[in-house]
Design a protein around this ligand. Structure first.
Ligand SMILES: Cc1cc2nc3c(=O)[nH]c(=O)nc-3n(C[C@H](O)[C@H](O)[C@H](O)COP(=O)(O)OP(=O)(O)OC[C@H]3O[C@@H](n4cnc5c(N)ncnc54)[C@H](O)[C@@H]3O)c2cc1C
Length: 395
């Protein structure tokens, strides 16, 4: 196991410090070789995900009245950061932790009682959400997947792209249009969200998933949706209000994603610092050269700054605020700091960075994704410019 950069304990409770220890223990079997093999075979980290379910971390955000852990978003952030600090790939589990929030915030009491206890005990996995479409991209209001009500069910047709973990989820949260964009009161109106039984939908051929091979081991798919039947009782929130249902989950998603980026960046800097101390060239450790030291130090400062922004966002979220700027700003800064950390590690390892055995090239590939998904940094910058600074809208 590589040297770990000391973790800042800023703002963490005793309980959160013990969460870190528990995750360190959980991660022990999932070493570099585990991830290298998974990456090579593009396999799902079933063992790690199962361990997280078994120990109750996947249901920690579900209130205890529904069988979950009733933990805070900060507790969950600690879990995801620590997984990444240990070199694990937390992207496989993030959605499985927070997607249920849509049911919690917008579902009826009947829906909460029907779904949340089963999600909490791991018998029903809700790890998938389908928002992105080929012709809409970052402009979600232009999705075309359409749901038509017929009596006590909706019939859905359309397509989705980059829909992740479909093969490892029992349910999917699906965003559709129920009114054409042109006929809606505003572009974000006229959308409706459903909870869809993926097993039934795939068995009956209503949803066909075609895996997309990507540069990282992140299982994702193109979905073709044909005459999918969804009972009305599986509509989450009111008809036409689906965009709000999805949007309300984004603050949690951004805080959790940011935490992963910080953890991954710290893991890479730990690896880089250790290697820079050990590797000798020109008769001295390469870490004596400021050309090696400074990028590592710079990225460390950036990650710590992003971490502070993340905790501020998490505190505001916990207080019931809508910290749109803080969550997006934290995601922007953390994704950039991670990319800088990955570059610093890559340069430190020199030629060995590209050798699969050292694990740096895998993290390097993974470190690029956060600038585009779950939201691209350009869209984040536009949101800050328009929404926070009052600059003219560019779209
Ligand atoms: C591995 C992976 C997993 C994913 N998993 C999921 C998932 O599970 N569910 C899901 O719904 N989605 C998922 N996504 C989709 C992801 O959220 C989108 O890729 C992302 O939102 C960007 O959309 P796009 O790829 O269509 O890019 P586009 O919207 O086509 O944008 C392309 C480029 O143009 C830039 N751009 C576009 N418009 C503007 C503008 N107005 N100003 C400045 N720049 C602009 C963007 O920043 C980007 O750099 C996943 C994506 C990936 C790669």
């Amino acid at each position: 196991m590589a040297h770990k950069i000391a973790s800042s304990a800023y703002g963490l409770t005793e309980e959160q410090l013990s969460i870190r220890d528990a995750i360190d223990q959980l991660c022990k079997p999932f070493d570099d070789e585990y991830w290298r093999k998974g990456d090579r075979e593009r396999s799902y980290p079933t063992e790690m995900v199962d361990a997280l379910y078994e120990e109750g971390w996947m249901s920690m955000l579900i209130p205890s009245e529904y069988g979950g852990g009733g933990a805070s978003i900060s507790d969950a952030a600690v879990v995801l950061e620590q997984l990444e600090r240990n070199g694990c790939h937390a992207g496989a589990v993030r959605a499985g932790m927070y997607t249920m929030g849509s049911i919690l915030r917008h579902g009826s009491e009947e829906q909460k009682n029907r779904f949340l206890p089963q999600i909490a005990d791991g018998t029903l996995r809700l790890q998938s959400f389908g928002v992105t479409e080929p012709d809409a991209g970052s402009d979600t209001t232009r999705i075309r997947t359409f749901a038509v009500r017929e009596g006590d069910k909706y019939i859905v047709n359309g397509s989705k792209i980059f829909t992740s973990r479909v093969q490892h989820s029992d349910m999917i949260l699906l965003l559709t249009r129920t009114t054409n964009r042109e006929d809606a009161a505003k572009p974000s109106a006229g959308m409706t969200t459903f909870l869809v039984d993926l097993n039934e939908a795939q068995e009956k051929g209503w949803i066909v998933a075609n895996p997309i091979r990507t540069m990282v081991n992140h299982e994702t798919n193109e979905l073709t949706i044909t005459n999918l039947e969804v009972p009305v009782e599986n509509r989450i929130g009111e008809e036409g209000e689906g965009f709000k249902v999805i949007l309300s989950g984004m603050n949690a998603e951004r805080i959790l994603a940011t935490s992963e980026y910080i953890g991954q960046g710290m893991h890479l800097l730990g690896r880089a610092a250790q290697y820079a101390n050990e590797r000798e060239v020109f008769g001295r450790p390469i870490g004596m050269n400021q050309g090696i030291q400074f990028p590592i130090a710079q990225a460390y400062a950036e990650l710590e700054a992003a971490s502070l922004m993340r905790w501020r966002a998490a505190d505001m979220y916990a207080a019931g605020d809508n910290p749109r700027f803080e969550v997006n700003g934290a995601k922007l800064l953390a994704s950039q700091a991670l990319w800088n950390a990955a570059n610093a590690a890559f340069d430190t390892f020199g030629g060995y960075a590209v050798a699969e055995e050292y694990g740096i090239e895998r993290h390097f590939r993974e470190a690029k994704l956060p600038s585009i998904a779950p939201v691209s940094n350009n869209v984040v910058l536009a949101g800050i410019a328009h929404g926070t600074l009052g600059l003219p809208k560019s779209f």
